[in-house]
Write a protein that binds this ligand. Structure first.
Ligand SMILES: C[S@@+](CC[C@H](N)C(=O)[O-])C[C@H]1O[C@@H](n2cnc3c(N)ncnc32)[C@H](O)[C@@H]1O
Length: 165
């Protein structure tokens, strides 16, 4: 779903959310979980690149151009780069769904009051990439100027904070 440039915009959102995630970001998170025979739900579509990249990593992915708040397919994990303008609501729904999830969000998301409220009594884990990613936007040819990290819940990772080598 490309936002901000269509007449029949299905979801509210910010045109600045329309970036696709590079393969190296998917590789990093997938490395830490067992995706064998698991269904990974990537609810945020943009141009649909996530499915192709995850397929190249042998991950079966549910990736439809539908409203995350209306859809509930059968899945084992949610793993995705959400629209940042509504990430609080997205974290809230992920918690309600009560399955493991990993969301790629700007590092400063951690200092938000809602993160404290939502996660203070829950075990969060962080996977911290060793670089800023170049996100893909075919129109803009620029990438957001901030660092992103994987915020994970329910993955039983070896450590609570994993720094990429
Ligand atoms: C940062 S992009 C990520 C795209 C893709 N998941 C990836 O990682 O390559 C987030 C996308 O979520 C879409 N989006 C916004 N609100 C949504 C909603 N309620 N349900 C599903 N997708 C939504 C936006 O259109 C945007 O393209």
């Amino acid at each position: 779903m490309i936002l901000g440039n269509t007449e029949n915009q299905k979801f509210t959102g910010d045109i600045n959310d329309n970036y696709s995630t590079p393969k190296e970001a998917w590789e990093l998170v997938i490395r830490h979980i067992d995706t064998t025979d698991k269904k990974v739900w990537c609810p945020f579509y943009n141009e649909g690149l996530a499915e192709k990249l995850l397929k190249e990593l042998s991950v079966e992915c549910i990736h439809n151009d539908k409203d995350f708040f209306e859809e509930e397919p059968y899945f084992d994990y949610i793993i995705d780069n959400p629209p940042y303008g509504i990430k609080q609501k997205i974290f809230q729904r992920c918690i309600k769904l009560n399955k493991p999830f990993a969301l790629l969000v700007p590092l400063d998301t951690l200092e938000r009051k809602y993160m404290n409220k939502l996660f203070k009594s829950k075990d969060l884990s962080l996977i911290i990439p060793n670089k800023r990613y170049n996100f893909i936007n075919t129109d803009k040819k620029t990438t957001p100027p901030f660092k992103t990290i994987w915020v994970c819940y329910g993955f039983n990772l070896d450590k609570q904070i994993i720094f990429e080598e």
